[in-house]
Design a binder for this molecule. Structure first.
Ligand code: SF4
Length: 399
């Protein structure tokens, strides 16, 4: 164990995720673990996170030379927690460990609980990046999603936070919302481009109970059925954002130069990420686990028993890890290197994979070079199906 820890401490950058489950909204598509906002629980929750962080550092060997590069605070609706408590959270996370000198500190936020004053306080508390879940700027769509804010309110919140001097602002937008056509989507993109944002994530509207970390925990990889209207929306977004100077660096992610999300990149690169809070996912390079999604159990276990919350665990075989390398690496514009893949898949599997990859490259889905494999940008929309084909070839299945 000590040896495993020592080698873990020398491997790559490390990220943290904190799940603050409190929320007072009721979005129609929500699959996140959340509980009603209740101020009396906020301080015990912070104490529990502090206790969990100490136990994670000790039990996962993080006190031994590890440096944290990125922290993402999500939820729930963490901006409801207020700047003083969020500042206290950062102090807790700073305890007993080294932070990278230019650590990325991101807070996910809901436009209805965001304004210039909060933006200034969050910045003073140490956050340097906000991910604002705008979803749409069209009121009919926001009402259908039960988001609890209008498009104008979302724009005003983003502008106010920017005017308060917040350095990096990211927006999340949904496409494929029922009733949304290409013109509506184009109008939403236009408004996003008018605002001072440096990062954009566009996500297909799907039930959130199949979010990516959940699928990884269960080793479940999906397909991307071709839907012409969704394809048109996706392509319109990619074209407009690239024309506006954004780099399309991951299937759903676009960034101004220098504004990529480090936290997201560590996730796609399968670096270690430790999750704190009920329902939070973690990955230590060999095992994925998820804390029980139950606030009462989380608080009782940490504050009364003094142990970490119960966890669902999934240890990856080399084959599982190789599949994840394909699944996650091929989402990125850099793709995945043969060297990385060879670390998990033997020569025979690499040969099977290369045979299939050459066929898919000849059909225009992949770029196959001597050192790596990449999805061609025109095939990003069907990337999951392309990866599925590669995994079938690895498993020796006819496609
Ligand atoms: S704000 Fe987030 S956690 Fe709350 S209901 Fe909406 S999607 Fe779910």
């Amino acid at each position: 164990m000590a040896q495993e820890r020592q080698s873990a401490a020398t491997r790559g950058p490390v990220a943290l995720y904190v799940h603050i489950p409190f929320c007072c909204y009721n979005c129609a598509y929500c699959g996140a673990f959340k509980v009603s906002a209740s101020e009396v629980t906020y301080d015990p929750f912070l104490q529990a996170v502090e206790r969990e962080w100490a136990l994670v550092r000790e039990e996962e060997g993080l006190d031994e030379g590890v440096e944290i590069s990125a922290i993402y605070v999500g939820g729930g609706s963490p901006s409801l927690f207020g700047a003083p408590r969020l500042g206290r959270l950062l102090e807790i996370l700073r305890g007993g460990i080294t932070w990278h000198e230019s650590i990325e500190l991101t807070l996910e936020s809901h436009p209805a609980s965001l304004d210039g004053e909060l933006g200034g306080s969050l910045q003073a508390a140490g956050f340097n990046r906000l991910q604002v879940r705008v979803e749409s700027f069209r009121d009919e769509e926001l009402a259908a999603l039960v988001r609890g804010h209008t498009g104008a309110e979302a724009s005003a919140a983003v502008q106010a936070v920017s005017a308060a001097g917040f350095p990096e602002l990211g927006l999340e937008l949904l496409y494929g919302i029922p009733g949304q056509n290409l013109d509506h989507w184009t109008a939403t993109l236009k408004e996003a481009l008018r605002l001072p944002c440096s990062h954009l994530v566009i996500t297909r509207t799907t039930p959130r109970d199949e979010a990516l970390p959940e699928r990884l925990l269960r080793g479940r990889f999906g397909e991307s059925p071709l839907d012409e209207s969704l394809l048109a929306q996706y392509q319109a977004a990619a074209r407009r954002l690239v024309e506006a100077g954004f780099e399309h660096y991951e299937i759903e992610s676009f960034a101004r130069p220098g504004s990529r999300s480090r936290y997201a990149e560590l996730f796609w690169d399968r670096q270690r990420c430790y999750g704190l809070g009920p329902g939070a996912h973690s990955f230590d390079g060999a095992v994925r686990w998820r804390n029980a999604a139950d606030l009462e159990i989380y608080l009782a276990q940490l504050l009364e028993v003094g142990h970490r919350p119960p966890r669902e665990r999934y240890r990856l075989s080399p084959e599982n890890a190789g599949q994840e390398e394909l699944w996650l690496g091929l989402r990125r514009s850099e793709g995945v290197t043969w060297e990385r893949l060879a670390g998990f898949l033997g020569e025979q599997r690499i040969a099977l994979l290369q045979r299939k990859a050459r066929l898919l490259a000849a059909q225009g889905f992949l770029e196959f070079t001597t050192d790596r494999l990449r999805i061609e940008p025109q095939a990003y929309f069907v990337a999951e199906s392309v990866v599925r084909e590669l995994i079938r070839a690895l498993e020796g299945e006819p496609s």
